[in-house]
Design a protein around this ligand. Structure first.
Ligand SMILES: *Cc1c(COP(=O)(O)O)cnc(C)c1O
Length: 217
């Protein structure tokens, strides 16, 4: 598939859901992809990208920023507290705020640095042991805690379990966001972004459908 094709499908999904065209942000997830594929998407004018790992983001995005203006980098992978400063220097948005210790660290660094990326709180909607994110039952309290720390919470993020119907998880995330007065919803990947848009996604994170399969070898 191509960037253009994904953009067309996003527009169609927005229209079908009765949502304003252009209201969904497409994050092109460039993790593990070769630089020439990323460059091709930049040359088509796309500017929002997602990376999983701080280290990998640090290795490629400073150079791309020198060549292309207006890039917004989203960090979408699990974040260790000892990498928080580097993450906040690199990314405009962090989608994986998932625990009090990280919230406190980011709040302290934000004071120190005089700036803070927009933050999405990751919710473990499937309550999977191996997955990051606050449990749904703890989400309201964690949102309040983050607000108490003056963190710029933009919304919620989830990664549904691979073997379950994603729309149920998208609906749950939307419900938690609504009752907390949060407008941002980071949900939907290559296989399910249309369903996420139907459920109110404001940010979809699409990797392989734009760039092709990731080659981890
Ligand atoms: C890799 C990744 C994606 C993109 O996955 P695709 O299936 O390639 O679209 C989205 N979100 C997160 C958190 C990811 O790690």
């Amino acid at each position: 598939m191509s960037l253009e094709e994904i953009q067309t499908r996003i527009r169609a999904a927005e229209e079908k859901a009765g949502r304003e065209v252009g209201s969904v942000n497409l994050i092109a997830v460039s993790k593990v992809q070769p630089d020439e594929r990323v460059r091709a998407v930049l040359e088509q004018g796309h500017r929002q990208f997602g990376e999983n790992k701080v280290q990998e983001a640090a290795g490629k995005w400073p150079a791309f920023r020198e060549q292309f203006d207006g890039i917004t980098l989203h960090l979408i992978g699990p974040l260790q507290t000892n990498k928080a400063r580097q993450a906040m220097e690199l990314a405009e948005v962090i989608h994986s705020l998932d625990r009090p210790k990280l919230a406190k660290t980011i709040a302290r660094l934000a004071q120190d640095m005089g700036k803070c990326p927009d933050l999405f709180i990751q919710v473990n909607t499937g309550e999977e042991e191996q997955k990051a994110g606050v449990m749904p039952r703890d989400a309201d309290a964690f949102v309040a805690e983050c607000r108490g720390l003056d963190l710029p919470v933009a919304g919620l993020m989830c990664i549904p379990p691979v073997d379950e119907e994603p729309s149920l998880h998208f609906a749950l995330l939307a419900k938690i966001a609504e009752r907390n007065g949060l407008s941002g919803l980071s949900m939907g990947m290559s296989g399910d972004f249309e369903s996420a848009i139907a459920q109110g996604a404001t940010h979809v994170r699409v990797g392989s459908a734009i760039f092709g399969e990731r080659d981890y070898t």
